[in-house]
Design a protein around this ligand. Sequence first.
Ligand code: SAM
Length: 328
Amino acid sequence: MRRTAKSTGAARAGSDKRESRSGNPSRRAVASKPERSAAGLQPLGALPQAELAPGLYLVATPIGNLADITLRALAVLQGADRIFCEDTRVTGRLLARYGISTPLDTYHDHNSEQVRPTVLAALRRCERVALVSDAGTPLVSDPGYKLVRAALGEDLPVTAVPGPSAAVAGLILSGLSPDAFLFAGFLPPRQAARRRALGRWVEVQATLVFYETAPRLAESLGDMADVLGNRPAAVARELTKLYEEVRRGPLADLAARYRLLGPPRGEAVVVVGRPARTEPDEAEIDERLRTALIEVGVREAAARLAAETGLPRGKLYRRALAMRAGTG
Ligand code: SAM
């Protein structure tokens, strides 16, 4: 659905075809577009403006707080000939906030097969096309992968304009090691399939990151505890929003909490610590104690880790005490 009128950039961009196919298309600086401003926000005309080269731009947008958008994302959204989005009302609000009037069309799970040829035709005509999702980074549990694959298959230019993603925000707030992590996206809604899917990740020596809907949160946490073991975990909700909340603890405790309280409001990321080895090394013990000490006292942290690893509670208690006293 087209929302606003704006002249097509096909003719303007027509002579750039060859040049655009090598290198990063957004680097060429030519002329700037007219200034537009939004109340209380930096006028876009004050940003470094470079006319965009033709191509497909994958633009990350906020996951809640509308201020979480990069200067380059705004410049690309303003400079594009059109923007494909999941829901024109959602993206329309973002554009209105920044005074951007680029035409909007939809590209979502239910029309992508029909719309993809239209997008590819626009790219062949050397238009500048932006793809956004409702929130966060397009393609990450959102539409766009098949479009990117088709564009690359025709040697059409594709550029990422990176920014927010709930997976990374949840990971870095979890208190769990980000050294190696596996993004597993959404688990299947049905329990049997969900448990099978979880079974694939049991042996992975990495922090696991899942997306989950509020109504399924308690059930999923329970299945994770059963299939993955009672690992340390975090539920990060409403990230970047007014009621942002991160709950940390063993999977079984988190499952019990949300079973008791019912589905929480909003959206959530579940982050799960990597499996305990039979004999965890000292660095891992320290890391897990440090994570536990964010939530609970020394005694409880030692008890938890003793239960999870089978290591002597007294030894873990002394180690946790030293860490808390800053001598460990
Ligand atoms: N492409 C998006 C990204 O890069 O984060 C993810 C889209 S996916 C359809 C939506 C899921 O992302 C939600 O169900 C939730 O798991 C997670 N999510 C999105 N925004 C969130 C937020 N503000 N706080 C916590 N989780 C969020």
